[in-house]
Write a new protein. Sequence first.
Length: 414
Amino acid sequence: MSNINRRKSIQVMVGSVPVGGDAPIVVQSMTNTDTADVEATYEQIKYLHEAGSELVRITVNNSEAAEAVPAIKEKLLSEGITVPIVGDFHYNGHKLLTKYPETAKALAKFRINPGNVGTKTRDENFCTIVEQAIKYDKPVRIGVNWGSLDQQLLADKMDANSKLENPKSSKQVMLDTMVESAKRSAELAESVGLGSDKIIISCKMSHVQDVVTVYERIAEIVDYPLHVGLTEAGMGMKGMVASSAALSVLLQQGIGDTIRVSLTPKPGGDRAEEVRVCQQVLQSLGIRNFVPQVTACPGCGRTNSTYFQELAEEIQDYLREMMPVWREVYPDVAEMNVAVMGCVVNGPGESRNANIGISLPGTFEEPKAPVYMDGEHHTTLRGDNIGQEFREILDNYVMEHYGTSKGEQVAVKD
């Protein structure tokens, strides 16, 4: 595991999940269903949780959504699903939490955006939400977003900056305002009576360098846990790469106690993709393990056949498919590394460095595939059934090396 020194923070309990302190960095996600649709929201929370989301946030934007929250929570609990549900409030959270006490009770945390709690009654509305959090013993996340920044605070900062002998750029003033908004809001929450062990902070922006800068700054001046991520990261490759870049820079510095990758899915796309990206970032940095990792070469002129690519994909899919079963029986199997290599150049070396690996023959190479276990040659496979035979060897390796007792077995798929 990584030797990264985590920033010291207060620990906050979100339901049964600890955030901050010495707790593992928590993966979270958000539904995109209409919260008023109890069945659809329940199904997506269940799906996200099964994918590995340890906190799931839902929109609570109107009376219909607020009324649905207790029913969603009850349905989850009836299925034994205890993942904490976070309520996302903008504009009218002070009204909804006051009007619907069962909703306040059902939620594990309230998310407040200080820029979206009103205009003339901004502080009053914010304090009302905090009072409800105190009443029901709930933590809050004070989530500052640059797209909905407190415009009055920003205007005041801009005005003060214009009077300086050497004024800062507008971008720098915006970064100052992000940090100030988070800090000031947390202080206001504590002045109302919310404990410091009930506050989580986020300062999200949509550009990598900006979000790195603002989190580096807020990390130095508060000791609350930090929720880290880009806001509006974007679609597909752009969103994944930008989010991974920002998260990696911050996590490597020990900044971040819970993370989300805010991907824009394609219509009908897989919402759990953001969960898997979070997991892969943490695992790539050596911070947490979620699923065995597959090492595979990129291919070159020595690997004209696509067989090694197909086998690598097959093994990767198989490992992820088996993890719900293996996780219960073989708790350390997520640490396993598997190599599926395509030719003799790096194949044997990478396979020896993995827990278990196979080196497939490249173009014009002898049609044989040596298999290595823990650095030693185990066997050599030949013929048309290499993939199935390697999978069987892999199953046996998992059972023998990660089982809690010798001879323990689980059902495997044909």
